[in-house]
Design a binder for this molecule. Structure first.
Ligand SMILES: *[C@@H]1O[C@H](CO)[C@@H](O)[C@H](O)[C@H]1NC(C)=O
Length: 299
């Protein structure tokens, strides 16, 4: 966990090494990706120093030795030190040493870290991918899709652990889950990244408001904005359900009913035909350009 946090600010330094017969799919065979942390070592757990001409050979030595959990490689000295411990076990022990890099061949199992068994159908792929398309196809292989933004927001609120920069639904950027929320970054130039796969359905999801505003008459645009979020403009009944789940929003936005606006505040100032079932304020006086309340599609 802490190890991952250490990795985050250094994602630019994540180094990749693979070896052996180059077959597709990294969960078997000798092809593995190694997380590298530049200029760091985990002292005190080495049990063997070898002189080897390449990082890949050092990785191979570690891979075939059952005692080896991680290794150090010094490019300058061509020194390969095999370690019997991981930085995830001793996160505070990873110290700076110029010229030597720490490599951890294992990928942590994020599924294990999920908080108290609450269902968050999201997983980080074991393999790291160079392209959005290959990450997407790995998600499809298990009946999932690359997570949409609102799914990541939800997962983050549910306590999903921090991740390195990862592929998600938007092909133009990468998502990083941190302790405090989700952030989005430009694509790295070379580093491979894991994919964040999500699976519908979740039992209940809060409405989401489209990032963009739409003209009142642009119903097609409003529907499209929601559909980009795997959702549709909310009906009053859905907003009532959301309210009953504790969702509140003071923003006046469009909804499924044309030419009205709504907010989810318990009808503090509205009544009669401007208050749906005592909970959802909605008026026939919408502004001409607003964002839309979208309710997640259920399958
Ligand atoms: C390997 O070499 C490094 C650098 O000389 C040293 O710090 C480390 O203790 C050695 N490890 C073992 C297991 O001898």
């Amino acid at each position: 966990m802490l190890f991952l946090l250490l990795l985050l600010p250094m994602s630019g330094l994540v180094t990749e090494a693979f070896f052996g017969s180059h077959s597709r799919g990294c969960s078997w065979g000798l092809e593995r990706y190694f997380n590298g942390v530049a200029n760091r070592v985990l002292p005190g757990h080495g049990y063997c120093n070898l002189t080897l001409p390449s990082l890949a050979m050092c990785g191979m030595e570690c891979f075939i030795d059952d005692r080896c959990l991680t290794f150090h490689y010094s490019e300058g000295e061509r020194r390969c030190e095999l370690n019997g411990a991981t930085a995830s076990r001793y996160p505070m022990a990873l110290i700076e040493r110029a010229g030597t890099d720490y490599f951890s061949p294992e990928q942590p199992s994020f599924a294990e870290l999920l908080t108290n068994g609450r269902e968050v159908p999201i997983r980080l792929t074991d393999c790291w991918y160079h392209t959005h398309a290959s990450a997407a196809s790995e998600c499809r292989r298990t009946g999932q899709h690359l997570c949409l933004q609102w799914e990541l927001d939800h997962a983050s609120k549910e306590g999903y652990p921090a991740t390195p920069p990862s592929w998600y639904a938007d092909p133009d950027s990468q998502a990083v889950l941190t302790e405090t929320g989700v952030t989005y970054h430009d694509l790295p130039l070379t580093a491979p990244s894991p994919g964040l796969c999500c699976s519908l359905p979740m039992t209940y999801r809060d409405p989401v408001i489209t990032p963009q505003s739409y003209d009142l008459a642009d119903r097609a645009g409003q529907v499209r904005g929601c559909s980009d979020l795997a959702a549709h403009p909310c009906t009053l009944a859905e907003l009532k359900e959301a309210y009953d789940h504790g969702y509140r929003s003071l923003y006046w936005g469009y909804l499924a009913t044309p030419n009205r606006d709504t907010r989810v505040d318990g009808c503090t100032h509205h009544k009669d035909d401007e208050c749906y079932q005592g909970t959802i304020a909605n008026t026939p006086r919408p502004a001409t350009r607003k964002q839309v309340y979208c309710c997640p599609n259920r399958v």
